[in-house]
Design a protein around this ligand. Structure first.
Ligand code: GAF
Length: 385
């Protein structure tokens, strides 16, 4: 078990017994690019996880070791700053957040690694941030509430990784519950769990294997385009704070003023929020075909209106759409690569995986990795189950 290997590596390197923490990656059933527009998302934590072995070291130094990469980084506690080493930024970024809020962080040692594939859109970065925060919160008895952990992780992502993400990924890594998806209202931060019954259908992720370098710059651009739309609409409707407050009729009425690109971005977001609400209703009625239709519509919007898909993701969804036993399929996460999420009839999962691999290879000449995702609890102490 990887968590034990990481604990053993810690012991060998530092000679003490660490606290062992696990923090999951996430899926998102529907509600993409809605979080930073104060809308709705419907994620869950999954059994692709990061593990952290952490202990205070009675020194003034933070000693970090990335187990999977076999790389190390050392920083004095009073000299925490963005690093050239990308992975270290996710850890140092949360230390900086704690320090900015007056938490005295003493020297500590950390070995971390995990099974969340990097660049697959499963939020390995949020898992790293939330796991590190949970470990330090426990060791320092800092009394951070779970929502604060999620928010500090997000702030670290903004300041150290320079991606202006919403709260979804960190929220899912902290608030996930086994067997349930959770709808977050990103404005009020109210959330509600919906059971996800795996008897009839399973969640299968298809990793396109591509990660376009555009991802973070285009992400920040989309965010700005949404803000431009809000600025235009506010001139007419002063009560509008975010796209959450906007109707399709209002968008239509000011289409020319918005311009074609901003109009498309905004209409996608308004429609996607409606799809999240509708998906939750369909889930409670066990209407998997209905949920699947919402997913296909989400993908079409992300591809054509929000323009964050890519050829590989579109091909994966197209293949899935004509494969027996598939209820729904769409790109997941920020876009420009990573995984599609597929709802597949339980008894057809093996055939689905085989078919997807063959077709992806035939159509694009690319290998395909797939994962069946199990929905698990959010961040916590690692225990052998
Ligand atoms: C990334 C971001 F980190 C999330 O906040 C969210 O915006 C998502 O892209 C798109 O829905 O995962």
């Amino acid at each position: 078990m990887l968590a034990h290997d990481i604990a053993a590596a810690f012991h060998q390197r530092f000679g003490t017994d660490p606290l062992l923490v696990r923090a999951p990656g996430r899926i998102n059933l529907i509600g993409e690019h809605t979080d930073y527009n104060a809308g709705y998302v419907l994620p869950a934590a999954i059994d692709k996880e990061m593990y952290f072995a952490v202990a205070l070291n009675q020194q003034h130094t933070i000693r970090l070791h990335a187990y999977d990469l076999n790389q190390s980084e050392e920083v004095a506690v009073d000299a925490v700053a963005p690093s050239e080493t990308q992975w270290a930024n996710y850890l140092l970024g949360v230390v900086a957040q704690l320090q900015q809020r007056g938490v005295q962080v003493p020297g500590f040692d950390c070995v971390f690694g995990g099974t969340v594939p990097a660049g697959a859109g499963l939020s390995s970065s949020a898992a790293v941030e939330c796991g590190m925060l949970f470990a330090l919160n426990t060791l320092l008895q800092a009394q951070l509430e779970p929502m604060q952990i999620a928010k500090l992780g997000q702030a670290a992502e903004h300041e150290y990784a320079k991606v202006m993400c919403g709260l979804m990924d960190q929220f899912a890594s902290v608030f996930g519950q086994a067997g349930q998806v959770v709808r977050l209202d990103c404005r009020s931060l109210d959330y509600e769990y919906f059971p996800f019954d795996t008897t009839a259908c399973r969640i299968v992720l298809c990793n396109s294997g591509v990660k376009h370098s555009l991802a973070s710059s285009e992400y920040n651009t989309r965010r700005q385009e949404c803000e431009q739309g809000v600025a235009v609409l506010r001139r007419h409707y002063p009560e509008v704070q975010t796209l959450r407050d906007v109707t399709l009729e209002q968008l239509e009425a000011h289409r020319d003023e918005l311009g074609p690109v901003v109009y498309r971005r905004c209409s996608y977001v308004v429609e996607e929020n409606q799809r999240v609400i509708e998906t939750c209703r369909l889930l409670t009625q066990n209407d998997l075909s209905g949920v699947g239709q919402q997913m296909y519509a989400s993908h079409a919007g992300l591809s054509e209106k929000y323009e964050v898909s890519c050829k590989e993701l579109d091909v994966l969804v197209e293949i899935a759409q004509t494969t027996p036993g598939v209820y729904g399929s769409r790109m997941m996460g920020g876009g420009f690569g990573g995984c599609t999420i597929n709802l597949v009839a339980t008894e057809q999962v093996a055939d689905f995986v085989q078919h997807m691999k063959t077709q992806y290879q035939q159509q694009l000449g690319l290998p395909l990795e797939t994962y069946e995702a199990t929905i698990v609890d959010g961040v916590g102490l690692f225990t052998d189950k």
